[in-house]
Ligand binder design. Structure first.
Ligand SMILES: C[S@@+](CC[C@H](N)C(=O)[O-])C[C@H]1O[C@@H](n2cnc3c(N)ncnc32)[C@H](O)[C@@H]1O
Length: 200
């Protein structure tokens, strides 16, 4: 996984520019505005640091990421955010540490997403907020097309187009999971809280 994104790191920002302009940048902005303005915040799979400008100013933020090449690029985008190399499936943080944790376009790549989401649940404080923006397997006939596409994207880029991420969030122990479908259900905004009190 780290090796895949080590290879993509140099091209990542440029490759995503059209999608950011078309849709993603405003979605990121709207969703990440829900992060608490103070407190401890954790990003999982921060990549090249695309979300850094949207971190609340008063927060103490930690960005985690598995790929050293992605981290090298992210480092140029901040001097206030701690960046830590970490696998989402084995987070190097104590339990009950963060007021909020978020990830954007990450759980399509994590090999064992339930394990990664369970790790997030472990490090969140009781009542802590989980926010995800993820591409997922859509419902209906399109879902079968995504199952087929996924075989190719996994082979090429370890990117699973058939992920049922909301189900994985529930399987990780989050109880009240709120799913907002975007782009015909291809993108999901997923919100929950560690104690099961959903938000949004
Ligand atoms: C599609 S990129 C998204 C990057 C960024 N979150 C964004 O929205 O632009 C997926 C990121 O997840 C990271 N990633 C994949 N598997 C991971 C894992 N097991 N633990 C932590 N990060 C991981 C990749 O290295 C990559 O930076």
């Amino acid at each position: 996984m780290a090796q895949t994104y080590d290879r993509f790191a140099r091209f990542y920002d440029r490759a995503f520019t059209p999608l950011e302009r078309f849709y993603l940048a405003s979605l990121r902005q709207g969703v990440l505005a829900e992060l608490p303005v103070e407190g401890h915040i954790l990003e999982i799979g921060a990549g090249t640091g695309v979300n850094f400008k949207l971190y609340p100013e008063g927060s103490h933020a930690v960005a985690s990421e598995i790929s050293m090449q992605m981290i090298a690029i992210a480092k140029d985008k901040t001097n206030r955010i701690d960046i830590v190399q970490a696998d989402a499936q084995e987070l190097p943080f104590p339990a009950n540490r963060f007021d909020a944790a978020f990830a954007t376009l990450v759980f399509c790549s994590v090999p064992d997403p339930v394990r990664g989401l369970s790790e997030i649940r472990r490090v969140l404080k009781p009542g802590g907020l989980l926010l995800l923006i993820e591409h997922v397997r859509p419902d209906g006939a399109l879902g079968y097309a995504f199952d087929a596409i996924s075989r190719l994207t996994v082979a090429l880029a370890d990117d699973h187009f058939d992920r049922r991420t909301a189900e994985n969030v529930r399987a990780a122990g989050f109880e009240n999971v709120i799913v907002e479908k975007r782009l015909g259900g291809v993108l999901n905004v997923i919100r929950s809280r560690k104690d099961g009190a959903g938000s949004g």
